[in-house]
Ligand binder design. Structure first.
Ligand code: NAD
Length: 326
């Protein structure tokens, strides 16, 4: 469907998922990749010499037109986002990401781009469907009637609708994934935007290195989540991009764990046991969230291959290296 010489643009290529997508496209032999991000290149998680690396702020329409010029496909992964601590306290910033997707859709239309991928989120699902730890897994139709996560989730749902209407009205082929908690190496692990898997690895490593054998856990540790390893996410993303599936699909894992169980896993990797201090006033997000993968299995035959224990081991090892690098 796409030639190895066609230009592929990764918006947000300096970030976690975007960086892995660039790496995978290179491995697959694509020779024209343009990676675009607003961060200084020294802060990109992955940056390759044989890729066009551009530092641009994609909130502007002009920069989107520049970034999209000549592209056959665009993967839109640029967003102002983070874990619960960030999105609960920065709703306006999260919503400003609508400028990025809106302007890039317009640029894609103007340049006649063939396919456009948008990275949505499980945060589009209504909180009242996620009030119990033994939550019923969320299926795609649960997004409506709409009452997403305030700020970040509303922006994601709005962008999903924009993609749909750009397809219907202008014939731009758009594909939308709803990611569920993606984790792995080469992603945010400190600074306030990190998510639970990276934050827990960092805290366990810090306890191990300092000899202070305690850990702070946000909430009571009984809240449940499922976590998707980055390699599975990238595979699902590329399969969805090149499929004929027009509606948003969950790209997630259905292996549900409590945050306490996630800490157990990391403690086993670190060969340590810590005293757990529960911070009940910290941001905790919904009580339980899981991904129903029936539709993506039916439509694409995709399912995650990586066990949480294995993915967390890779993540732990990478964060350990960052924390002990001189
Ligand atoms: P990330 O923060 O690592 O990457 C996003 C990148 O976008 C960052 O490098 C950032 O600098 C860049 N960016 C932000 N504003 C920009 C702008 N104005 N112009 C250009 N670049 C800009 O996040 P990620 O985990 O790689 O997430 C990628 C996408 O997937 C995002 O849309 C995110 O909302 C979505 N998503 C991620 C997860 C997850 O668990 N990681 C879950 C659901 C949805």
């Amino acid at each position: 469907m796409i030639n190895k010489q066609d230009l592929i643009v990764i918006a947000g290529g300096g970030g976690f998922i975007g960086g892995h997508l660039v790496a995978r496209l290179r491995e697959l032999g694509h020779t024209r990749i343009r990676s675009v991000d607003c961060k200084p290149m020294s802060e990109w998680y992955q940056c390759f010499d044989d890729v066009e690396n551009w530092q641009l702020d994609l909130q502007e329409k002009g920069t989107c037109l520049q970034a999209a010029e000549g592209a056959t496909e665009i993967y839109m992964l640029a967003a102002d986002m983070g874990g619960m601590g960030f999105i609960e306290n920065n709703r306006a910033l999260c919503m400003l990401s609508s400028l990025i997707n809106t302007h890039m859709l317009l640029a894609a239309k103007e340049h006649g781009v063939k396919r456009y991928f948008y990275s949505s989120s499980a945060c589009v699902y209504a909180a009242d469907k996620q009030t119990s730890p033994d939550v019923v897994a969320l299926k795609e139709s649960d997004a409506y009637p709409a009452m997403p996560e305030d700020g970040y989730g509303w922006e994601k749902l709005f962008a999903e609708r924009m993609c749909r209407h750009f397809s219907e009205d202008f014939g731009l082929i758009t594909r939308v994934a709803r990611y569920h908690n993606v984790y792995g190496p080469n992603g945010t692990w400190e600074g306030g935007r990190e998510k639970a898997p990276a934050a827990i690895c960092r805290k366990v490593i810090a306890a191990k290195l300092s000899g202070k054998h305690e850990i702070e856990i946000w909430g009571d540790g009984q809240q449940t989540r499922s976590f998707t390893y980055i390699d599975d996410c990238v595979k699902g993303t590329m399969m969805l991009m090149h499929s004929e599936v027009e509606e948003p699909l969950n790209v997630g894992s259905s292996q549900l764990v409590t945050i306490n169980q996630l800490v157990d896993i990391v403690e086993r990797i670190a060969e340590i046991q810590l005293k757990r201090n529960y911070n009940l006033s910290a941001p905790k997000g919904v009580r339980g969230r899981n991904s129903d993968n029936t539709l993506i299995q039916q439509r694409l035959g995709w399912q995650p291959d990586t066990r949480l224990e294995d993915g967390m081991e890779q993540t732990y090892r990478w964060i350990y290296k960052q924390m002990t690098a001189i």
